[in-house]
Structures are given as C-alpha cells and as structure tokens.
Design a protein around this ligand. Structure first.
Ligand SMILES: Cc1ncc(COP(=O)(O)O)c(C=O)c1O
Length: 360
C-alpha cells in the first residue's frame, strides 16, 4: 500500500464510489444508457450540455497539469478548491477522532468542513512577528502530534493575513508529521506571491497536498474550478468520494479557453498590475494616521488595522466601496481586509479613507 493511503479512513480505502454512465468504458453510436434527452435544449446552441459531462474533462486536466507543472495523475478537478477541502476532510478524518489543524485567523472553510465531518478542530493562532502574522510552526507540529491531527491546513499566502511560507518551513512540518498527517498548502493566491509553489516539495515529501484555483488570478470565480494536487494514490481515493459529475461542461469549456496562451498572457499582466497596485495601496494606507498597521501581503488583498475600524468601514460603504470586515475574527478586532482592485478602484478606497481623516 502506498504510504499515503495509510492516512485515508480505513473504511474508504477500498471504496468504489458511484459508477456513473460515463465511467464505464463502452463504445457505441447510439447512447441510451444514461436516461439523457435525445434532443438538445433550444437554449443549448452548440448542443454541448445534453449529455452528462466527463467527470474529469481530459483537455482541461491537461491544461491544468501544464499550468501547475504536475503530472495529470496528481491532479483532481473540483468545484473550486472549496470542494477539495471538503473531500480531503471527508476522506481522511474519521468523525469524532481525527483532527483538523488550522492557524486562525484564516480562511473559514477548513473549520466549516471539519465541523460538518465532526472532526475535532485544533487551533494554533498566528503570531505577530516582524514580517507579519505568521504561524508558529513548532507549535503546529506539537499540537498536531498531541491532538492526533490527520490534516494540517497551511494557507500560503495566508488569507487574510497575507504572509507566505518558505518551502523549507513547509517541508519541515511535513517531515515531522510523516505517517501521521497530510499537510495541505492552500495556494489560492499563489500567483500573486514571490515564493514558489509547494508542489516542488511533493517528490520528496508525499504527505503534502497543494490547492490551486482559477477563482482568483484567473478571474473565473463563477466557473468554480479548483484543483488538489497530491500523490496519485490519494487522488484516486478522492475521485471515488467525489460527486459523479463535478465539472459542468460550460465551466470546463470556459476554463479551457481561459487557459489559452493569450488568456494566460493577459492573466500574467493583470497579476503584475495587482502586485504594483498592492504596493501603492500599502504605501497610501500606511501613511494614514487613522491606520494603525498594514500587513505586508503576498496576496491580492491587504489587511489593515484602524484606530476606528467602524468609521473606516462606514466611510468606504458611503463611497460605495465594500471591503471585508474582519472584526469578528480572532486577533483582528480592529481590522478590515481590502482586495486590491483596479487603479481607479484603489483610488476610490484611498480617497474615501482620506475623507474620514479630514472629517475627524
Ligand atoms: C485561502 C482560500 N482558499 C480557498 C478559497 C476557495 O476558493 P475556490 O473559489 O477555489 O473554492 C478561498 C476563497 O476565498 C480562499 O481565500
């Protein structure tokens, strides 16, 4: 048995999952095996949606494997990385026993999925350091060992904190937890970061899974295309636990077109724009007296602490700008998270916040 399978729930290792009409390798001309309609819907101009889709559309798999420089056997496409998080928790954690470790304040879906699976949640808070809010990785390893974590979620770049992890730190955690836990590196914002992807560690450290998405830099949030990149044996298990047809054909077609050479070139230009704008917004916010602190960010957002976050939030809303109120998150009682927008949108943020400075 591949070592990674030891991390999978005993009862799911040999689970065959649902055998859909599309998983059977049959040949024919008249397909009457899935109770589909013989005619396309009048709105389906190209008649691409009449039949159930390929569960893992081959062309899109190829394009995503090329994009993330991995083998196709290491990749599972799902409905956003949200689905990958859910699948990982369900496939690895026995309810009531195997824990999920998170480093709050952090993206909330890890805890939601743990709750739905009745997996105990271990929380190792981020720590204030000279380079921003960072996980205490020694404490992560200690807590994972003591609390029997099966999954350790490391968000890099971290949402909302903005900090990213060095590869050697991720490798150290994975090595320390070998045979016990899968370290999941969520790189939803990886395109905006200076640091390389943790996929480069997987050859030597198979207990690392990486999450990527087309929702952020690739501007396809509504298409719901995300991937988990992991050991092929684990991918096989996740695939059998997944819903029968997770990738709708219109979404697969849009995603494939969105990964053409021209589209990728445009995405790269926009990522550069966001990175430049991020620094401009960082400088502008840092200069405002009402802003207590802005965290350096490797993502497409900035986390800022305000002396009066309520006024800042209201002023932005009054100017028609909606940002993420972080005040309910642990350690962030005075913080807002602002997505880096276009240059004009960022100007609007700056002038709305400058207005409160004047009014105060
Ligand atoms: C860190 C992180 N991971 C995953 C996701 C989910 O992304 P997707 O749209 O791929 O489900 C988000 C969405 O905001 C996120 O911030």
């Amino acid at each position: 048995m591949s070592g990674i399978l030891e991390l999978v729930r005993d009862d799911l290792r040999g689970f065959a999952g649902y055998k859909s009409a599309r998983t059977e390798a049959l040949q024919g001309e008249v397909w009457l095996n899935a109770n589909e309609s013989a005619w396309a819907n009048p709105a389906d101009i190209n008649a691409t949606s009449r039949r159930y889709p390929d569960p893992q559309p081959a062309a899109l798999r190829g394009a995503l494997a090329a994009l993330y420089a991995c083998d196709e056997s290491q990749l599972l496409i799902g409905r956003g990385s949200d689905e990958a998080i859910d699948l990982l928790v369900r496939a690895l954690c026995n309810p009531g026993t195997d824990a999920v470790l998170v480093t709050p304040p952090v993206f909330g879906m890890y805890a939601v999925c743990a709750r739905l699976q009745d997996a105990p949640l271990l929380e190792v808070p981020l720590q204030e350091t000279a380079s921003g809010l960072q996980p205490d990785l020694d404490a992560v390893v200690r807590s994972a060992r003591e609390g029997k974590a099966k999954l350790v979620f490391l968000c890099s770049p971290s949402n909302p904190a903005g900090s990213a992890l060095a590869l050697e730190d991720i490798a150290r955690v994975a090595k320390a937890l070998e045979g016990q836990a899968l370290v999941v590196v969520d790189e939803a914002y990886g395109e905006f970061s200076d640091l390389p992807s943790a996929t480069t560690l997987q050859a030597t450290q198979p207990n690392i899974a990486v999450l990527r998405t087309l929702s952020k830099a690739h501007a396809l949030a509504a298409a719901r295309i995300g991937v988990v990149i992991a050991d092929p044996a684990l991918i096989e298990v996740l695939r059998r636990c997944q819903a029968p047809y997770p990738v709708p054909t219109p979404c697969a077609e849009l995603a494939l077109a969105g990964l053409s050479q021209e589209a990728l070139a445009e995405t790269r230009r926009r990522v550069e724009t966001v990175r430049t704008e991020r620094e401009r917004l960082y400088a502008a916010l840092s200069a405002m007296p009402d802003v207590r602190h802005v965290y350096p960010s490797q993502g497409n957002y900035l986390l800022a602490r305000f002396s009066d976050a309520e006024s800042a939030f209201r002023s932005l809303l009054a100017a028609g700008v909606v940002v993420r109120d972080q005040r309910a998150a642990p350690q962030l009682g005075d913080a807002l998270r602002i997505t880096v927008g276009s240059s004009e949108q960022n100007d609007r943020v700056i002038s709305a916040l400058q207005r409160i400075e004047v009014e105060a």
